[in-house]
Design a protein around this ligand. Structure first.
Ligand SMILES: *Cc1c(COP(=O)(O)O)cnc(C)c1O
Length: 395
């Protein structure tokens, strides 16, 4: 008989009832070090007092209003995002996929409002943009799309890093290029900063829009508030989610006034998007994360963990091929012959939580405010996990 919860996930048999900082406690009272942060969501760890306070205060005032009325917390969060980023305007959602949906609709509407027949969006192999029909169509990988057709037309999938294919693919119907500055689900694959600049130049040359999916790599994860800042460029449209809610469901589609020119009253909506609870928490997250001292700390912690992981990779060079990623968005590329899932499971056995990704990579996505001692402890446990995988393979 089918389980009451639709069985779309292969879940680990772990039940957590409490969290604090980078630690999770099971119902049985065991503790685990969280190097996954709910897939890059719990940016400030678990049970952060300021996030709890923001949520509790708002919960006593009003939970939901709908976008039929002004929502002060939503206005304040939009203003904060506009003041700190390239964007002139923001649409709030409850998830990453919805933020991507808004990004896709904004790009299409931009050209249709101008009377131009440009709708095609160029995307890349290995990408992940969510699980709605539009976003699986955008990513294109069979493991996401199989059996869900007919898919949404209007996406052109190109190999990752193939510049010639990219130049050749731009035609009169091209509306936008959509890319994750660092692929998350695809296996922590970074787009070099000079390539991000090249994409910006290409979009400008052809009068098309650059859409960045910073749902996983944004919100301080790479040591700047958004990854594209390191390339000195700005997108026209950007999808944000995960870290911005610190664990409360919240997403956002940010755009320039130019890109959002078609998004006038009545063109898009969401019942829950931008609700007072989510935006109150989002504001508290921005307050903590969007400042130079916090981001400098992320960069310092990144150096610390990268150094320790490097030592680990040297010690276990027979299993670990390389360390990938930036900031606190890191990956252990596991050599052929060992499955990344086995390393993740051995990590669980050693009470450190990580996240598997494509390309046989183990993702390491700790809370951005993880204490140094917890970094050291987590890497030590990962070492124990790798040793256990090796012992098992040898046995
Ligand atoms: C998680 C993720 C999404 C989808 O977000 P959901 O909240 O699961 O809909 C989209 N793009 C990227 C890069 C992601 O990491």
């Amino acid at each position: 008989m089918i389980s009451p919860v639709m069985p779309t996930y292969a879940r680990a048999p772990l039940e957590f009832e409490r969290g604090e900082g980078a630690w999770l406690m099971t119902t049985g009272g065991e503790t685990y070090l969280d190097f996954g942060a709910g897939i890059a969501v719990n940016a400030l760890g678990h049970a952060h007092p300021k996030l709890i306070a923001a949520l509790e205060t708002q919960a006593r005032r009003v939970w939901h209003l709908s976008n039929l009325y002004e929502i002060p917390q939503q206005k304040a969060l939009a203003a904060r995002l506009v003041e700190t980023t390239f964007a002139d305007t923001v649409f709030f959602t409850n998830s990453g996929a919805e933020a991507m949906e808004c990004a896709i609709k904004t790009a299409r509407k931009h050209f249709s409002a101008k009377g131009e027949d440009r709708f095609e969006i160029i995307t890349f192999e290995g990408s992940f943009h969510g699980r709605t029909i539009a976003t699986i169509s955008a990513a294109g990988a069979e493991k996401l799309t199989k059996g869900f057709g007919p898919l949404l037309p209007g996406f052109r999938h190109l190999p990752f890093g193939d510049h010639d294919a990219l130049h050749a693919a731009i035609g009169p119907q091209t509306a936008a290029i959509l890319i994750e500055p660092i692929q998350g689900e695809g296996g922590i694959r970074s787009v070099p900063t000079q390539c991000l600049r090249g994409l910006r130049e290409l979009c400008d040359k052809h009068g098309i829009l650059l859409i960045l999916d910073e749902i996983q790599c944004g919100m301080g994860r790479t040591g700047t508030l958004f990854k594209h800042e390191q390339a000195g460029i700005a997108p026209d449209i950007m999808a944000v989610a995960k870290g911005i809610g610190g664990g409360f469901p919240l997403g956002a589609c940010l755009a320039t006034e130019h890109a959002a020119s078609g998004m006038v009253a009545g063109t898009h909506g969401s019942t829950y998007g931008g609700n007072p609870l989510a935006c109150a928490v989002g504001l508290a997250v921005m307050e903590e994360v969007a400042n130079e001292p916090f981001l400098a700390e992320v960069r310092r912690k990144s150096g610390l963990i990268a150094q320790r992981l490097g030592e680990l990779a040297d010690e276990h060079a027979d299993i670990v091929e390389e360390i990938r990623g930036e900031g606190l968005m890191l990956g252990l590329k596991i050599r052929e012959g060992t499955a990344c899932g086995d390393v993740v499971q051995a990590g669980r056995d050693a009470h450190v939580l990580t996240v598997p990704a494509g390309d046989n990579v183990v993702r390491i996505l700790p809370p951005l405010n993880i204490p140094d001692a917890d970094i050291a402890e987590g890497v030590r446990r990962l070492g124990a996990a790798l040793a256990a995988v090796k012992a098992k393979a040898g046995a």
